[in-house]
Design a protein around this ligand. Structure first.
Ligand code: FMN
Length: 179
């Protein structure tokens, strides 16, 4: 089984990238599942004129990886009480024909240094993914507020609470996928 991650932040030191990488690493260390991160950094802004000339190479390659995955984990930052424009752009490109995401398992995770967390963006993205026919997992909920107080930029977890949340999320997901 292959689990692939997609991050909705292009920032080099993105907390969501770090969250996604640690989560995927812990999953592969604790199961037989293989994990991978899909490179979406070269996606252009969606434009039907570009699409009319054929899907860009970066999009084709990401869609291939999505098609070959059993579960897609989206790590989505919280922007203005929703998802980032980058995240929406990624989903828009991937949703274009040929269809690769219909019926596919998906899970949304997210992190913010903000106090209010990423729940609003999480529900917005789940709604979009559901409407695309994806099988949205509503557990585990790896949604992290005040990430900068709980993790160092090098990925070292410094809060007991976050450490437990990671362990529970990893165990819950592996159990669910093995059932
Ligand atoms: C345009 C914009 C809007 C933002 N809106 C929110 C928000 O509504 N809630 C929140 O918690 N953080 C918000 N932030 C802060 C981001 O969560 C923060 O920059 C975070 O580090 C972005 O994710 P990343 O580290 O993965 O790049 C916003 C940041 C930007 C640039």
């Amino acid at each position: 089984m292959l689990i692939s991650g997609i991050c909705g932040s292009l920032r080099n030191e993105s907390w969501n990238k770090i969250l996604l990488k640690i989560f995927l690493d812990k999953i592969s260390q604790n199961s037989d599942f293989k994990t991978d991160i899909i490179d979406v950094s070269k996606f252009p802004l969606y434009n039907a004129d570009i699409e009319a000339k054929g899907l860009p190479e970066s999009v084709l390659s990401a869609k291939d990886q999505v098609a070959n995955s059993n579960l897609i984990i989206f790590a989505s930052p919280s922007y203005n009480s929703s998802i980032s424009g980058v995240m929406k752009n990624i989903v828009d490109w991937i949703s274009r024909p040929p269809k690769v995401i219909e019926g596919k398992n998906t899970l949304v995770i997210g992190a913010t240094p903000g106090m209010s967390g990423t729940l609003l963006g999480y529900t917005h993205l789940n709604h979009i993914l559901l409407s695309l026919g994806m099988n949205v997992l509503n557990q585990p909920r790896l949604l992290v507020a005040k990430i900068d107080k709980q993790m160092e930029p090098n990925g070292k977890i410094i809060s007991e609470e976050l450490s437990k949340l990671f362990d529970n999320s990893v165990n819950q997901l592996i159990k669910k996928l093995n059932n």
